[in-house]
Design a protein around this ligand. Structure first.
Ligand code: NAP
Ligand code: ZN
Length: 352
């Protein structure tokens, strides 16, 4: 066992502060990764503030962070995928049972025995797992991803959650040429949704509540931008979308967006507002519309997404911050005041 510097929150109302956590010595199939960058996902905030108490109560102290990229510092004797010095990345999962039908089909994200990168049951040390707001992490090599060598690492980190969470449903629902696709919310997930939908060849329309993001959305690759608070702008798009990706992190009027779907159109929720949304049956049944959800992605698909990003030169747009600014970053994320993801430079933790 070794000790690692980290930033943790002691309660739902405590700010993040320096802490020390334990990491296991690498077992034979483990890789130890020195973390270089970790993205800040809105899920980190939901979790740190115990906003998902009903489904996933937070265990304190908590160390969030599941958008991890770093360099391999040690490998176990049976590791074949990595050598010390290689780049490696870790997303939302650090283990699963590997034998159930979900795992066999490549859907580790739906495995009943999955272990989340933070807040999961730590089978090795007891207690709960600690995430990427730390200087190092140890994971089984199956849960570590290879990182294309041509990409800027600060912008790679968010691909591990925001990237795969948007890539997977866009692929599943066949988004591509000839499809009209809406992206709701232009935050960390939303801006990756725009990049992927555009790369897949779709006509992309962003729905934002932030007038200041209108120009920026076009620069990201959106063909059109709609201020979702403007009724007339919304009306123009009624019954016209093949697919809508909903990344909104808070309560919102989902029926207004369901009514934008064409016949047999689908709206997939990836955003995880803490409180249930009020869905009108009439918004769905009129044109045989459907509403569904999607949760991150499996390991094979995450690798496919990273490789795709390497080929196309796709990364997240990030604002790099030192670890000492996490609390400020959370406040700004809540105000939608980031284009579009904070990425923590972990050198700031080692030097502290
Ligand atoms: P984020 O960067 O904060 O972006 C969320 C965006 O939602 C904001 O930028 C804002 O966009 C919009 N928004 C916020 N409050 C709103 C409101 N009251 N009404 C309408 N729009 C609002 O968050 P994120 O990291 O992208 O995460 C988004 C959600 O996805 C979170 O709930 C997170 O927990 C969840 N998530 C789910 C998965 C999964 O596997 N399903 C994975 C990761 C994250 P505008 O400024 O453009 O309006
Ligand atoms: Zn996330």
């Amino acid at each position: 066992m070794s000790q690692a510097k980290a930033y943790s929150a002691a309660s739902a109302t405590s700010p993040f502060a320096p802490d020390t956590i334990s990491r296991r010595e690498p077992n034979e199939r483990d890789v130890q990764i020195e973390i270089l960058f970790c993205g800040i996902c809105h899920s980190d905030l939901h979790y740190a503030r115990d906003e998902w108490h009903a489904t996933m109560p937070t265990v304190y102290p908590c160390v969030p962070g599941h958008e991890i990229v770093g360099r391999v510092s040690k490998v176990g004797s049976a590791v074949t995928k990595f050598r010390p010095g290689d780049l490696a990345a870790v997303g939302c999962l650090v283990d699963s049972d590997r034998t159930c039908s979900q795992c066999r089909d490549g859907y580790e994200q739906f495995c009943a025995g999955q272990v989340l990168t933070y807040g999961g049951l730590d089978k090795h040390l007891g207690g709960v797992t600690y995430g990427g707001y730390s200087e190092s992490i140890v994971v089984d090599e199956h849960f570590a991803l290879r990182v294309p060598s041509n990409l800027d690492l600060a912008g790679v980190a968010p691909l591990l959650c925001a990237g795969i969470t948007t890539y997977s449903p866009l692929r599943h629902w066949g988004v591509g040429e000839g499809k009209k696709v809406g992206v709701l919310g232009l935050g960390g997930l939303g801006h990756m949704g725009v990049k992927f939908a555009r790369a897949f060849g779709a006509h992309v329309v962003v729905f934002t509540t932030s007038p200041s993001k209108k120009e920026a959305a076009l620069a990201l690759g959106a063909h059109e931008v709609v201020l979702s608070t403007d009724r007339d702008e919304m009306k123009r798009h009624r019954n016209s979308f093949d697919f809508i990706l909903d990344t909104i992190s808070a309560d919102h009027k989902i029926n207004n967006f369901l009514s934008l779907l064409a016949r047999d159109g689908n709206l997939t929720m990836v955003g995880a507002p803490p409180t249930p949304l009020a869905v009108s049956a009439f918004a769905l049944l009129g044109r045989r519309r459907s509403l569904s959800g999607s949760n991150i992605g499996g390991l094979a698909e995450t690798q496919e997404m990273l490789d795709f990003c390497g080929e196309r030169g796709i990364i997240a747009d990030v604002e790099v911050i030192p670890v000492q600014k996490i609390n400020e970053a959370y406040d700004r994320m809540l105000r939608s005041d980031v284009k579009y993801r904070f990425s923590i430079d972990m050198a700031s933790l080692r030097e502290a």
